[in-house]
Design a protein around this ligand. Structure first.
Ligand code: DGL
Length: 271
């Protein structure tokens, strides 16, 4: 039994899709979320910058003495995990391994699509994990740089002509390859699930990498007897690096429910 909190972070608010699943699976846990809303997006930045930002995000969450930190960001998980692990004694959970396990288990024809930010696709991390788990898997990868700004601006609903056009263009090649599984390699993308699902067709399984990571973290903590007591009610605290003004409205989109818990703005550059 361990009642220390679980830290969760993302470049922005996309990681709340993972927090939503963590809270559903482990309502007894205290969750501390940091969204680097003042510096989002990370996905178009260099590896060095992503590592530097992520080191500050981890240093901030470490001030809460967490039992685990969840990297609820495809970009940081694919680009900075090794560098972060070298400097952090707290267990760090990224999305790549659990998501690759989910995709490897789902694909029947061995053809997997992958969409993510530019940094994620450049890293090749999902491909490496998949080929280790299921040798011979054919991965068709596509960077989708417009998805994060669209989602952060509330543009993700079916029938939105801009969203439908961008999704159609980005997914054209992945679809043409006949993939039966598509990894939504960025934690912002589950909001586009309906539009992406309609574009790919019902025969294609979609892997939500943040949710896969949340299930993995739950299983790991349970196996190590590190879950908080089941009769406890966990608290949720939110921190952002930009103004908290629109947080409740935007965050409720990602959480699928109203935000409960405090939100505070912090200066991430001091960590
Ligand atoms: N949610 C982040 C990810 O999973 C968004 C990336 C970004 O900030 O560009 O990659």
């Amino acid at each position: 039994m361990d009642t220390r909190p679980i830290g969760v972070f993302d470049s922005g608010l996309g990681g709340l899709t993972a927090l939503r699943e963590l809270a559903r699976l482990m309502p007894q846990e205290d969750l501390v979320y940091f969204g680097d809303t003042g510096r989002v997006p990370y996905g178009s930045r260099s590896k060095d910058t992503i590592i530097r930002y992520a080191q500050q995000d981890v240093a901030f969450l470490n001030t809460f003495s967490p039992k685990a930190i969840v990297i609820a960001c495809g970009t940081v998980s694919t680009t900075a995990l090794d560098a972060l692990r070298q400097q952090c004694a707290v267990p760090l959970y990224g999305v790549v391994e659990p998501a690759a396990r989910a995709a490897a288990g789902l694909t029947r024809n061995g053809k997997v699509g992958l969409i993510g930010t530019q940094a994620t696709i450049r890293s090749g991390a999902y491909e490496r994990a998949l080929s280790a788990l299921r040798p011979g898997t054919q991965v068709t990868a596509r960077a989708c740089p417009l998805f994060v700004p669209l989602v952060e601006n509330g543009r993700f609903r079916p029938g939105d002509i801009v969203v439908e056009t961008v999704v159609g263009e980005y997914l054209e090649e992945v679809k043409a390859q006949g993939v039966d599984t598509l990894m939504l390699g960025c934690t912002h993308y589950p909001l586009l699930r309906e539009v992406i699902g309609a574009c790919m067709g019902p025969q294609v399984e979609l892997v939500d990498v943040g949710a896969a990571c949340a299930r993995w973290v739950n299983a790991q903590l349970a196996a190590q007897d590190q879950l908080a007591p089941a009769d406890r009610k966990g608290s949720h605290r939110y921190f952002v690096s930009d103004s908290t003004g629109d947080f409740a409205t935007l965050a409720s989109m990602f959480l699928g429910e109203d935000v409960t818990g405090d939100v505070e703005q912090i200066d991430i550059t001091v960590y």
